[in-house]
Design a protein around this ligand. Structure first.
Ligand code: AHR
Length: 779
């Protein structure tokens, strides 16, 4: 392939293009990035968080040669916002009587010679001289560090620095007391002294460093669905994430249900997240809810939006206001008198429906009026196309938002097929913030296809402002969602191939995008060869009992028609009833559908070669609110298009599916719902991007997805100031497509650095098959 890189033409500023997205799911915060080693430190775990939880989750009695009763009390807590605390009622004194905390996963990782900071509030029922003892112990109970305290009958904060005398990755924290009577504990905390940058209430060093090494330009936080799922009352135990609950002294931050099925202490709150952004040089990009919970269909009355507007305005003051402002002074008291310099604000995450957009507008207008300098981000829902996607973009354009948050999780083949997605996006108006995207997996193949797509993001920097892979973190012991960029357990962490791809693009993001032109026709290899959608047509229910009737399937190439009187499918058997097999390019299915009973609605499979490779028209998807066209390739689904549609039980729907080549149209009661193309999956011989760095370095990225090497010839147009030189080449190549990283081989699939003498004005290179290469040329 011959390419020309234009050194002098229109250079497009890349701005903050590549960043990261942090959400507390998969125990990304507590039990993850947040350095707290004690699980359930304030005894606030409850069934509100998870059906298996109670106030003593992760705590165990220690009875040694004595006897103790553990009672959870609420009469006089350290903080009213965290009402529970532990009473250890020692009925028979002994050497080793009290409680132990099990930590996260398989325990508390202890390292010989390392310091651990213990903090706890303690009191006794009566003033007694018998000591309370805190100790770090190995998994088999050996004491590795300990300290004793005398305790009064008033809450007292105890602090200790404990130094472990041995390594043990599965340690435990013990708190035991001599004598009898009640000893009370609240807010029992333990951090390694050696957190990221040694900060108090800090972050786990290994995970934080993996993120720092990426050099992200921004960090989106704290979610995700976390932002909008929950009660709209911030004081409710199951409240959605409200940032004001997450600042101030940690012991006063109220524990809340995390919508991913666990508890959040909010110890890693907005202050810590802003601080982390600053530490790693990423611009903070907070996202707030808009008084709208799409998961539970809750919305704040429009006339009661005041507190939600205040949340937005106060957040800007918290981040950017002077230390003499109300919220700026809270930031200053927490240790950061200087502003954090927040530039972006996201309002909402993936919400759909007019109710959200009305509320979005209220907050939007207030922020725009008071803080016109803030770049406001709207949302276009969780789908790449369709009615709600269009509604999100329309709202953003109408209101004058700066960016629109697009989200999609798709098959690697979808990413290949949609490499040119943004080529046709307008260069004026709101820009794209690709706030969540990933192909369904963490193998080298997934990472490689994502890299080819990222070349398309760079090429379209005029339309795409920001992009970040999602989700960021997963604790292997508590997985809610896969794939993820970084995996960890209670003491180890590793980056996936996707992580290394993201890192390459971030670390080597230039200041300007240069124009790259292919100098000969691009001969793309087509992976999905067919120009039609052929295969079986089958009817099923989606967690519902359905009666289908008046079924007609017409081969529109020949006019031939199959008629079926009808069938009943039951949700129990998860049946699929075959209507026919179509091998023609055009066909139409007409039928009537009635839901007798169930939760969702209808499923019509078409173009089905097998259950791993097929299309599906879903009606009544997710919480019976969507109609979707899904395309499954090799078992990995991509929702091509979405519209709102709720299926009512007992009502007969007239459905029509039309397939014309790879174009799909659907009608419900003669109203057009979907019109979408399944694009052919193609692999171009080389995906190439060229950029210029701040100090004039020339950066090339070349992604070869195909199995064949590509002979590349790259000419520079314009006056080249790049002499023949030793060039740094960073390369990922030679990995099996299904290869992954692991705790045992954390860097199996990661870039290597080489240096070679090269002449950029006459540049020829064989780019290996299935590789990503990056070159930097100095001026
Ligand atoms: O990234 C995982 C989840 O996917 C996010 O919480 C949500 O925004 C999306 O649906």
């Amino acid at each position: 392939m011959k390419f020309k890189v234009d050194l002098e033409g229109n250079k497009v500023a890349l701005g903050d293009l590549f960043g990261v997205f942090f959400e507390d799911l998969n125990h990304g915060a507590d039990g993850g990035l947040y350095g707290e080693l004690v699980q359930n430190r304030s005894f606030e775990f409850s069934q509100v968080d998870h059906p298996s939880y109670n106030a003593l989750t992760a705590w165990e009695k220690v009875e040694g040669d004595g006897e103790v009763r553990l009672i959870v009390e609420t009469g006089n807590p350290v903080s009213d916002r965290n009402p529970h605390y532990l009473g250890m009622d020692i009925m028979k004194a002994g050497e080793d009587v009290g409680v132990r905390n099990l930590g996260w996963g398989k325990g508390i990782p202890l390292v010989r010679g390392e310091k651990y900071l213990f903090r706890c509030f303690v009191k006794r029922e009566q003033c007694r001289c018998e000591p309370v003892r805190v100790s770090l112990r190995s998994g088999n109970g050996e004491i590795l560090a300990e300290q004793e305290f005398c305790v009064s009958d008033k809450w007292q904060e105890m602090n200790a620095e404990l130094v472990s005398t041995a390594d043990d990755c599965c340690g435990k924290l013990y708190i035991t007391a001599a004598g009898t009577g009640k000893v009370y504990l609240d807010f029992v905390s333990l951090f390694a002294r050696n957190t990221f940058l040694g900060r108090r209430n800090g972050l786990r060093k290994d995970i934080a460093e993996l993120l720092q090494e990426m050099e992200p330009k921004f960090m989106r936080f704290p979610g995700g669905c976390l932002v909008h799922d929950g009660s709209l009352d911030p004081d409710a135990r199951d409240a959605s994430y409200r940032w004001k609950n997450t600042v101030g002294p940690v012991e006063n931050r109220p524990a809340r249900r995390n919508n991913w099925g666990y508890n959040q202490t909010l110890g890693l709150g907005f202050y810590e997240l802003f601080e982390f952004c600053e530490d790693i040089g990423a611009k903070p990009l907070p996202v707030i809810g808009a008084g709208y919970d799409p998961h539970h269909k809750r919305e704040v009355p429009l006339e009661e939006m005041g507190p939600w507007v205040d949340d937005a305005l106060d957040l800007i003051e918290f981040a950017n206001g002077g230390a003499d402002t109300r919220w700026g002074s809270i930031r200053a008291q927490m240790g950061h008198p200087e502003p954090f310099g927040m530039e972006y604000l996201g309002i909402g995450n993936e919400e759909v429906g007019e109710g959200f957009f009305e509320r979005f507008q209220v907050i939007f207008r207030a922020v725009r009026e008071k803080n016109p300098e803030i770049r406001i981000i709207g949302t276009s829902g969780p789908f790449a196309e369709g009615g709600e996607f269009d509604r999100g973009w329309e709202s953003a354009r109408r209101n004058g938002a700066d960016l629109v948050d697009e989200h999609y999780y798709m098959s690697p083949e979808w990413f290949l097929a949609h490499h040119h997605r943004y080529d046709s996006y307008p260069k004026e108006g709101p820009k794209v913030f690709l706030g969540e995207y990933a192909s369904w997996g963490n193998t080298w193949y997934h990472a490689l296809t994502e890299a080819s797509f990222m070349i398309g993001l760079e090429r379209n920097a005029q339309a795409v402002g920001l992009a970040c892979y999602a989700p960021m973190l997963a604790n292997v012991d508590y997985v809610n969602w896969k794939p993820d960029m970084i995996w960890f357990d209670h003491y180890r962490a590793f980056g996936t191939p996707n992580y290394y791809v993201q890192k390459m693009f971030m670390k080597h993001q230039g200041k300007y995008q240069l124009k790259v032109e292919a100098m000969e026709p691009v001969q793309a290899a087509v992976l999905s060869l067919s120009d039609k959608i052929s295969g079986a047509l089958e009817l099923s229910g989606y967690e519902a009992d359905i009666v289908y009737s008046d079924i007609s399937l017409v081969n529109d190439d020949t006019g031939e028609e199959i008629l079926l009187s009808g069938c009943r499918v039951s949700r129990e058997k998860e049946e699929r009833v075959r209507v026919g097999v179509m091998d023609c390019s055009s066909y139409t299915l007409r039928l009537k559908a009635l839901e007798e009973d169930g939760y969702r609605g209808f499923r019509i499979y078409f173009g089905s070669e097998n259950e791993e490779n097929e299309f599906c028209w879903t009606l009544g998807g997710w919480q019976n609110q969507d109609t979707l066209i899904g395309e499954k390739i090799n078992g990995r689904n991509s929702d091509l298009c979405q519209h709102l549609l709720e299926i009512e039980k007992g009502r007969v729907y007239d459905l029509r599916l039309e397939v014309r080549g790879r174009h799909i149209a659907t009608y419900v009661d003669n109203v057009l719902y979907h019109q979408v193309d399944s694009l052919p999956v193609v692999v171009e011989p080389l995906y190439l991007s060229a950029q210029e760095s701040e100090d004039g370095e020339l950066i090339w990225k070349a992604v070869n997805v195909s199995g064949q090497p590509c002979e590349a010839e790259i000419a520079l147009s314009g006056e080249s100031a790049y002499p023949v030189q030793e060039v740094e080449i960073i390369c990922m190549e030679g990995f099996p497509l299904n290869g992954c990283n692991s705790f045992e081989q954390p860097e199996l699939i990661s870039p290597v650095k080489k240096v070679a003498a090269m002449d950029p004005s006459n540049f020829r290179l064989t780019v290996p098959g299935q590789s990503i290469s990056m070159f930097r040329w100095k001026k």
